[in-house]
Write a protein that binds this ligand. Structure first.
Ligand code: CP3
Length: 359
């Protein structure tokens, strides 16, 4: 789908930003930086704003979404905003009784484990995206030349909540279903792919200049399991996202990220990603070599070093930048989301440091 004429990638507002340039394979000096999970969590101004408001309600209130999304951009001066929302919002917009419990995560009253329940799943009505598209529209006006990143969850990670009914390490119901009821598994994961495609497309058409798919739990699958039980559905998602192109036919950058995914990186790229997010377990030089140094990378400052003394952290950042040099573009980020207890001043200092570093 062609983006509208007023989209920031079409007006020229964000096309020359450090983020979009690197994501499209044009390395810059200095490099761009943003932090996964930069909105919310570690910021005192976020916690204050959220007092007494349920997580999912806040995600569907445009004024709050705009303010929370902008907080880290103002505070740290990062090179991108990430839309404040959650991977389970499409489940909510599709009418499921999902909630996010503080300190627990997404919980579903009625997990989907039967053919009857799966047959009742419907695509999201276009009007339901109004709070999302309104917030994105307001944000891109405020952000001007700073790109907004839209996001969603990969089918496997989203389905793990839908089928288990909440966060689960072992994924017993999912594993049982993928082995014993492969058709039901396929039906549910296809639906997850389609509603997330709707969710991410809505953010991009409304003004996001890049998109990221989080397959946070993919690392729990072996490479064979990933090929059979996750990859076809991620391909289905990415093939819909690949249709999002600017007026020159250039696609919106598509980032794919997971944790513990070193053995899956090539497969995760093959599904249709144009940028690969790398966690801290994989050296960027090694990751880049897997893609014959042709794929822009995002990552991978260790979240464990955020509490180290500054000299140690700065040395580590230098190593991250050096190890990414073979990639055609590099978006500096953490290896995973900002831990909630992070001192926000450390993130500001990292941003300033990266902006001062030339290569
Ligand atoms: O930068 C941002 O934080 C932007 C918004 C964002 C949220 N969730 C808001 C949120 C993003 C990008 C996500 C992604 C997300 N959500 C993922 C993939 C990334 C990852 O961390 O692996 C997953 C698996 C989820 C599902 C989810 N939502 C979990 C597991 C939890 C609980 C644990 C946690 O992170 O606190 C949530 C809740 C959630 N989503 C919060 C926020 C700000 C915390 C709720 C609160 O503040 O009350």
């Amino acid at each position: 789908m062609n983006l509208p004429a007023e989209h920031p990638l079409n007006t020229g507002a964000t096309g020359a930003s450090l983020l979009v340039l690197n994501m499209r394979g044009h390395r810059t000096s200095p490099l761009p930086v943003w932090f996964m999970r930069q909105a919310g969590r570690s910021l005192p101004e976020y916690r204050k704003l959220r007092e007494g408001i349920a997580m999912l309600d806040s995600c569907l209130t445009p004024e709050l979404v705009v303010e929370i999304t902008l907080q880290p951009v103002r505070r740290h001066g990062v090179d991108a905003a990430i839309f404040f929302s959650d991977i389970v919002i499409p489940l909510k917009l599709a009418g499921l009784d999902v909630d996010i419990k503080p300190g627990v995560g997404p919980v579903l009253e009625n997990p989907v484990r039967t053919k009857e329940a799966a047959d009742a799943l419907r695509l999201i009505d276009g009007d339901a995206f109004a709070p999302i598209t309104t917030a994105v529209g307001m944000l891109v006006k405020e952000l001007a030349s700073t790109p907004l990143i839209g996001f969603g969850g990969a089918p496997f990670t989203l389905a793990s909540y839908l089928i288990e009914g909440g966060p689960s390490k072992e994924l017993p119901h999912s594993r049982e279903m993928m082995r014993n009821q492969p058709e039901l598994w396929a039906q549910i994961l296809n639906w997850c792919a389609d509603i997330t495609a709707q969710f991410i497309s809505a953010q991009v058409v409304a003004g996001a200049s890049a998109l990221q798919v989080f397959d946070s739990w993919a690392g729990r699958l072996s490479p064979d399991e990933y090929e059979t039980f996750a990859k076809p559905y991620s391909e289905r998602l990415f093939s819909q996202l690949a249709l999002l192109v600017d007026k020159d036919g250039v696609p919106v950058p598509r980032v794919h990220f997971g944790v513990g995914t070193e053995s899956l990186l090539e497969s995760m790229h093959e599904v249709g990603a144009t940028v690969m997010g790398i966690d801290s377990n994989t050296d960027l030089e090694r990751a880049s070599a897997l893609f014959t140094n042709k794929v822009p990378l995002q990552g991978n400052i260790s979240t464990e070093l955020l509490t180290a003394n500054w000299e140690t952290l700065a040395e580590h950042i230098d190593e991250v930048i050096a190890s990414g040099l073979n990639a055609p573009g590099h978006v500096v980020n953490l290896g995973h989301g900002v831990p909630p207890e992070t001192d926000p001043d450390v993130l500001t200092r990292i941003t300033e440091y990266i902006h001062r570093t030339t290569t």
